[in-house]
Design a protein around this ligand. Structure first.
Ligand SMILES: Nc1nc2c(ncn2[C@@H]2O[C@H](COP(=O)(O)OP(=O)(O)OP(=O)(O)O)[C@@H](O)[C@H]2O)c(=O)[nH]1
Ligand SMILES: [Mg+2]
Length: 347
């Protein structure tokens, strides 16, 4: 299966809630007088009845050649807002999107495909400014610190990222700064062996900041391109653990005030709106430079990405769509918006 096909099938599966909702929205308030097409609406060219019914079907007398449409009014707009909110786009973003749609399309008859297309465009506009790959710097090593709450997918993402960087010819070392759980170090070592990247570790319960410092010094001496630092999961309400993360950053800065060059927050899409509070709290303590959203394959909450993009304007570098080594995809806003709205596959 091609990567794109895999991405589509995984995300379509998980985000069908919005797709289904948009179809229902049109059909519930279907405009009975709408068999004729509003040719003043430029979007109508995409949904001509002929295209849907098909020539053979018409010859055989099947198919009405009728595409349901609904006139955009206050009621429909309110239902659209509700649908966006339950799709995890957040209240503010949902209102922002629906008001924008109202400005442009109030009073127009819209088919499901037209509504999906309008919404996909709105979402793309929000996502486009934040979709950026991880920036690479000339620093040797470039230090990438990975943070996030428990189980968000940090270690797995480091494995996937290392594999991609390795393929790009980078000389990498990973520091296992989750020093509390022996299993965490083992998990990272398995990834290290898989992608053939050395993993630096310390004995259990060592201060993670001390290991980060040592690893940075060593990576510098050895002229490595990248040092990726894994950290323990920490819930944003655990002040002591959050302070420990801030300490890792302080210690790294003693070697180079520009480091860590990237501090990436890994967020689990299945946690929905809680991702917003995670970003807020982590941002207060460390200078988050970008986000990676994992588990979009298992979530019906892909809308959270739109909420995050609108609220924080932080770069979204990649999305996780599975547990495998190749399941980290660059973030393509248009493709994501098309899949999220269910437009993909209809064209
Ligand atoms: N379906 C799916 N599972 C994922 C994805 N990313 C990670 N996982 C799984 O999520 C679970 C937790 O992943 P880890 O990488 O261990 O998460 P972590 O943030 O390092 O966890 P802690 O170190 O305990 O805080 C594992 O079972 C992973 O295989 C993803 O994109 N999709
Ligand atoms: Mg981990």
């Amino acid at each position: 299966m091609s990567f794109l096909a895999k991405l589509k099938s995984r995300l379509t599966h998980s985000t069908s809630k919005l797709e289904q909702g948009l179809g229902d929205l049109i059909e519930e308030g279907e405009d009975e007088s709408s068999t004729d097409y509003d040719m003043s609406n430029p979007l109508d060219k995409d949904t001509k009845p002929e295209k849907k019914a098909g020539f053979l079907e018409k010859m055989l007398g099947g198919g009405s050649g009728r595409v349901p449409t609904r006139r955009l009014d206050d009621d429909m707009l309110e239902s659209l807002e509700d649908l966006l909110i339950v799709s995890d786009m957040g209240y503010d973003t949902s209102i922002r999107i629906s008001s924008h749609i109202a400005q442009e399309h109030m009073g127009k008859k819209l088919s499901t495909v037209q509504l999906k297309s309008i919404l996909a465009n709105e979402i793309t506009d929000i996502l486009e400014p934040v979709a950026k790959p991880i920036p690479l710097f000339s620093a040797k090593p470039q230090v990438i610190l990975i943070a996030g709450v428990n189980g968000s997918g940090k270690t797995t993402t480091i494995g996937k990222l290392s594999s991609q960087f390795k393929e790009a010819g980078k000389d990498i070392v990973i520091a296992a700064c989750d020093t509390f759980r022996a299993a965490a170090v083992q998990q990272l070592e398995v990834w290290g062996q898989r992608v053939e990247v050395p993993v630096l570790k310390a004995s259990t319960n060592t201060d993670p900041a001390a290991l980060a410092y040592k690893a940075y010094q060593l990576a510098k001496e050895e002229g490595k391109d990248l040092l990726i630092i894994d950290t323990a999961g920490r819930l944003q309400n655990r002040k002591d653990l959050m302070e420990e993360l801030a300490k890792i950053v302080r210690v790294i800065k003693k070697i180079d005030s520009e480091a860590p060059h990237n501090t990436l927050l890994v967020l689990d899409a299945t946690t929905g709106q809680n991702a917003i509070s995670q970003v807020e709290v982590f941002k207060q303590l460390v200078d988050i430079s970008g986000l990676i959203m994992t588990k979009l394959d298992g979530s019906a909450k892909g809308g959270i990405l739109v909420a995050l993009a609108a609220k924080f304007s932080l770069p979204i570098h990649a999305i996780g769509i599975g547990e495998g080594i190749d399941d980290l995809s660059p973030f393509d806003p248009e493709q994501f918006a098309n899949i999220l709205t269910g437009l993909e596959g209809q064209e």
